[in-house]
Design a binder for this molecule. Structure first.
Ligand code: GTP
Ligand code: MG
Length: 560
């Protein structure tokens, strides 16, 4: 990626994805244009770089845009500004500067206002914009107030319901549900800002650390309001390149005491979150889990976070899911519909227990798409492993081999997208497939791409793709597995009954994703915070090759 960013004649390419990265800007050499797929590492590098030159500033209201823009422009040049509100109704501007140097110049002008020793200021990319005292500085009157399309924070369920009701086909409904609920650009940016904040705050205590989002925030299957899984790890050994060549090595501090080192570190991180991380609240330590975590709620970014240490395999798992989701445009909308349905019929639940969670459920969808009946849409993981080169070698904690082909452009085109089924057909076939699946004898393995014999009698067996001796649905009870079988049958019947073309008020996807509330009212699945935004770059939709200049931004704003 760094080569792509630094060398040759670079230009901007706005690549349209049917996913969370639809607003990504990619810097590429001209010779790279023919590449169809970008890699996960490229996306991550881009998002991390974006976060390193961004700040989140709390403001009085969206009308503070003028003043804040004018104030920051005195110090640095601004690339992009986004506005959002958190659940408390407080207003924030996420400002992306042109460079990290620019951001440093702005930070030099920051103060910590507290005189109270109980509340010591801390350097972090989350700031607030103090009301000007005395005479207000005059900023360019030509910049009109930033237009916020809709003040609401979350998807308007009634509007979404009407839109789904008025779709022409179930396939259109599935696509619309996905488009309206997928984690949006500001959601992704904020998640990377929360990760960046931890890097900044913890960096004086840990050498060469990296805090990286994983899970649904980055694997392409995230919805608005999804939680943020974070991993703190060592940045030295990126891609397992040997660090042996470094002859000067930091002395280490060995952990002492009864608890394991990882538990002690998580304890410390919990305390730091409470004391030194602005926005972090409701910190909960879960130290006895297989992977100890600290949960917290980021009130400024409005995100619930799960922080763990050195769980690199979680990142590689996210990369795998991301790659499979990127291969065919139907994968993510279909998975989104299945996730919404499973939540509506209470097969999945945000709390851990004897039921399915979104991760194994996603593997069920991917596995279904590998089936050969009408031509596989996705290849098996074993096939991706067989095509891996030296550059794809990754080894996670506990020597876990996480090697598979990263650059999807190297995949033979006849190994995926081998049927033309529309989303409605695929959803129906998904339910039909699992109505007939022999859960009592068979295990689901996306490594093989076909059902394999179950190694034990657990009710549901979904092989962990990166650690095949483990079952990622080991917690699922017999009753919950039976409910899964029943609900897939009900869903297949429902979709079949829609084939006559009659549009009742629960036709198509509506009958699958509506929840019945305790008062008997139908309710669309709750969708989390959308972080409503207007991106200044959005104003430049028809001029993709041009980096918006401040002048350009101003003239566009005037028309708003
Ligand atoms: P939502 O948070 O429900 O939107 O989905 P998610 O994919 O983020 O799932 P979750 O937060 O439960 O887990 C985060 C990530 O941890 C997943 O995407 C997987 O990469 C990984 N993970 C989750 N459950 C397991 C498990 O049982 N075994 C292993 N090895 N990894 C898991
Ligand atoms: Mg998650």
């Amino acid at each position: 990626m760094s080569v792509l960013l630094q060398t040759g004649k670079v230009y901007l390419l706005r690549k349209q994805f049917n996913n969370i990265f639809s607003k990504c800007i990619f810097y590429r050499k001209k010779s790279d244009v023919s590449r169809k797929f970008v890699t996960f590492d490229e996306i991550v590098a881009l998002r991390r770089a974006e976060a390193r030159r961004s700040l989140v500033v709390q403001v009085n209201s969206e009308s503070s845009f003028n003043e804040l823009h004018g104030y920051c422009s005195k110090y640095a040049s601004i690339n992009d500004i986004h506005h959002y509100r958190n659940s408390g109704g407080e207003h924030f501007m996420l400002i992306e500067f042109n460079s990290e140097e620019n951001l440093k110049d702005v930070l030099k002008s920051c103060s910590s206002h507290q005189k109270d020793v109980d509340v010591m200021g801390v350097q972090s990319p989350f700031l607030w914009f103090r009301a000007s005292s005395g005479v207000r500085e005059k900023y360019e009157q030509s910049i009109k107030q930033l237009a916020v399309k809709d003040g609401s924070k979350s998807v308007n369920e009634e509007v979404l319901y009407e839109e789904l009701l008025n779709c022409d086909s179930v396939s259109d409904q599935i696509q619309m549900l996905y488009d309206r609920t997928v984690l949006n650009d500001i959601g992704v940016r904020l998640r990377y800002m929360v990760a960046r904040q931890l890097e900044v705050v913890f960096s004086s205590l840990y050498a060469n650390i990296r805090v990286q989002p994983f899970g649904s925030s980055v694997n392409g299957f995230g919805r608005m309001g999804c939680d943020l899984d974070l991993v703190l790890s060592n940045n030295l050994d990126e891609h397992n390149l040997s660090s042996q060549k470094h002859r000067l090595v930091y002395q280490e501090k060995k952990s002492e005491g009864a608890r394991s080192p990882s538990q002690r570190h998580m304890e410390l991180l919990g305390a730091l979150l409470e004391l030194r991380v602005p926005g972090a609240g409701r910190v909960q330590r879960i130290l006895n889990a297989r992977v100890p975590i600290v949960k917290y709620s980021h009130e400024l970014a409005d995100v619930d976070c799960d922080l763990c240490c050195n769980n690199t395999s979680g990142v590689y798992m996210s990369e795998l899911l991301w790659a499979l989701g990127a291969l065919d445009a139907r994968v993510r909308p279909l998975t989104g519909a299945v996730r919404s349905w499973a939540r509506a019929v209470a097969l999945t639940n945000a709390h851990p227990g004897r039921w399915l969670t979104n991760f194994p459920l996603t593997l069920l969808v991917l596995f279904f798409l590998q089936q050969k009946q009408s031509g596989p849409i996705l290849p098996s993981l074993n096939y991706l492993i067989s095509l891996a080169g030296k550059e794809d070698i990754r080894v996670a904690e506990e020597n876990l081999n996480c090697t598979f082909l990263r650059d999807l452009n190297k995949l033979p085109t006849d190994s995926y997208s081998q049927n033309d089924d529309d989303l409605q057909t695929l959803l129906f076939k998904f339910f039909e497939f699992y109505s007939q699946f022999e859960f009592q004898d068979k295990a689901i393995s996306i490594n093989e791409g076909r059902a394999i014999r179950k190694p034990n009698s657990l009710p549901l067996y979904v092989v962990n793709p990166l650690e095949q001796s483990l079952n990622v649905s080991r917690n699922v009870s017999y009753e919950e597995c039976e409910r899964l079988r029943l609900e897939v049958r009900n869903a297949a019947w429902h979709l079949e009954s829609c084939l006559d073309g009659h549009k009742s008020d629960d036709w198509g996807i509506l009958g699958l994703v509506e929840q019945k509330s305790s008062r008997g009212l139908k309710k669309l699945l709750r969708v989390g915070n959308s972080h409503r935004l207007v991106s200044v770059k959005d104003l430049f939709k028809d001029n993709d090759d041009v980096e918006p200049s401040t002048e350009g931004i101003r003239s566009k704003m005037e028309k708003f």
